[in-house]
Design a protein. Structure first.
Length: 558
């Protein structure tokens, strides 16, 4: 094996890893976060969790992504710790699909149809279709499909290049001796663990192993311990992602580790015990890609069947390993539940992160309108307790604005689609409007507080006019909230009319006050307060109209 073979192997490995990255990224974008939504909603039983975890991982081609997402779900309170167990087990099964796809490269036959099943035969066709989709189609969905096809083609080309480059290694004694050392279960286990921990992908490390086995110089007794180690090494990604997370999120990562550790120990103990009693002939035979895929699948299916009945025991073991700290409160206040929906771990799937962000904005919208409602009740029934609630809500909403704005900025830094970019812009607009509504609610509270401190009230007629103004303001808040939550574009016209009516009402309120001032039925001080109130109401109404216009805008852009 000369320097050119080494360079070809490095190039093949690079293409293989890059192709796997592009393929996974394309599949994730095409799913649009729907797979993760399904996981979050439907994983209410261990068996269902296993099936969903396997299906989602098979679609997005990454058990690490599924597991990290699960850690995020538990950290955000979307999912309970017990629900995560089945998904983690299923993810380990789903990731074996990749090794089976890669094993197709070993197909050998003179039949045209069977040869066409070989990835190196149909990959060029897929690559051509992918290039056409990317260069000549405007649809974002077709662009994502194009990336998937090109990613798969590059992946298979890299796999084939690696296999061809390492073929001369079969005649290198040092290479054979290296893998002979891996026949020692402990050495092979450590080697597989370290390799997978470094590249943080069991699918990629298994693919590399399949390419090396194309030399025909590596027996199954050297391959099996390495595969076991690869399953342990993939736990590193989840463990890293749980750093800085809440207690239960850390426990989720440990459940993933314990599942693979215990499964590996039991599988290897039973296998080598049986091998000692009755040696298996295949263990000394050269390993091939399909055999590696079979071992990978058998282990993960065995581990799942064996450990699924002990799901609660795995949870208990994780709870023992990761103690609840005294200064950590796992409960989330009602007001802050919206912010618990967003997590930096979701950023691995920007589409899903964006959908979670939208849910948090929904909660922020409800709190903003609640703050305004709470303020309107202060004119005739002021109390410090009610006023403090407005201040509390406004403070919470400020936190929503800061954290959601920062989170959306993070999402926008990724390769998002045009539709997602527009949605980010709209959400930022909504956040600004709802935050300003809460600000004006607090300013109105300040006006009512001044009245209470000075023991002053508006005249009976003045109170009736202001109550009518506040009722209309509350109505436009309610309608804009319904319009926003339900994306009711038909309500936009009604809100625009209501905005005009409120503007007119505010003008009439000021005119009436001036008349009462001339007649000595009101004071200048109350006039200042009234001016502040009408300005706040008009601003709230304008923000409500902005919200409705933003809801309507996407329809006009289509």
């Amino acid at each position: 094996m000369d320097i050119f073979n080494v360079l070809a192997m490095i190039g093949g490995l690079s293409l293989f890893l890059y192709g796997m990255h592009v393929l996974g990224e394309g599949l994730t974008k095409l799913s649009g976060g729907r797979m993760q939504e399904i996981l979050a909603k439907l994983s209410d039983s261990p068996i269902k969790g296993v099936l969903l975890g396997a299906a989602v991982t098979a679609v997005i081609q990454s058990s690490s992504a599924t597991t990290v997402m699960t850690v995020g779900f538990v950290n955000s309170g979307i999912m309970q710790l017990k629900q995560a167990v089945g998904i983690i087990m299923g993810a380990n099964i789903g990731t074996t699909i990749t090794s089976w796809i890669l094993s197709l490269s070993g197909i050998q036959s003179d039949s045209f149809f069977i040869r066409m099943l070989k990835p190196t035969s149909f990959s060029p066709i897929l690559a051509l279709i992918g290039v056409i989709f990317l260069m000549f189609c405007k649809s974002e969905k077709k662009h994502d499909i194009g990336k998937i096809l090109i990613g798969f083609s590059v992946l298979m080309f890299g796999m084939d290049t690696m296999s061809t480059a390492v073929e001369p290694l079969k005649d290198v004694p040092e290479f054979t001796r290296l893998f002979t050392a891996f026949s020692n279960p402990v050495v092979g286990l450590i080697a597989g663990t370290v390799l997978t921990a470094v590249i943080q992908s069991s699918s990629a490390s298994v693919g590399i192993l399949q390419a090396l086995c194309s030399t025909g110089a590596i027996p199954y007794n050297s391959v099996l311990p390495v595969i076991m180690g690869q399953n342990i090494g993939t736990c590193v990604t989840a463990l890293i992602s749980s750093a800085g997370a809440k207690t239960n999120a850390k426990r989720t990562a440990f459940i993933h580790l314990y599942f693979n550790l215990i499964g590996t120990m039991v599988f290897m103990a039973l296998f080598y015990l049986a091998y000692t009693v009755h040696p298996f002939a295949f263990m000394t035979q050269p390993a091939n890609a399909s055999g590696i895929a079979a071992i990978h699948s058998c282990f993960n299916v065995f581990a799942t069947i064996f450990l699924l009945p002990f799901s609660n025991a795995l949870v208990h073991l994780a709870e023992i390993s990761v103690k609840q700290t005294d200064d950590e409160d796992e409960t989330v206040s009602e007001y802050m539940q919206g912010l618990s929906l967003i997590d930096d771990r979701f950023l691995k799937n920007p589409a899903f992160a964006l959908s979670q962000c939208a849910k948090a904005v929904d909660k922020m919208a409800e709190l903003s309108v609640e703050a305004f409602y709470a303020t309107t009740n202060l004119m005739n029934d002021y109390s410090e307790e009610k006023a403090q609630k407005v201040d509390e809500l406004e403070g919470v909403i400020d936190q929503y604005e800061e954290r959601l704005g920062y989170y959306l900025t993070k999402i926008s830094s990724f390769d998002v689609s045009r539709t997602e970019a527009n949605r980010i812009y709209d959400l930022q607009s909504f956040i600004g409007d709802f935050e300003r509504i809460a600000d004006h609610a607090q300013m109105m509270k300040t006006s009512f507080k001044k009245m209470d401190q000075k023991k002053k009230k508006f005249s009976e007629k003045g109170r009736a006019e202001i109550s009518n103004m506040l009722n209309n303001a509350a109505e436009i808040c309610k309608r804009s909230l319904d319009c926003f939550l339900n994306k009711d574009k038909a309500a936009v016209g009604t809100i625009a009319e209501l905005d005009k009516r409120i503007d007119k009402i505010c003008g009439n309120v000021i005119k009436s006050h001036k008349k009462r001032l001339k007649n000595g039925k009101c004071t200048v001080d109350m006039g200042f307060i009234l001016s502040d109130l009408t300005n706040d109401v008009k601003s709230v109404s304008e923000h409500c109209k902005n919200i409705a216009d933003t809801v309507y805008k996407p329809m006009s852009d289509m």
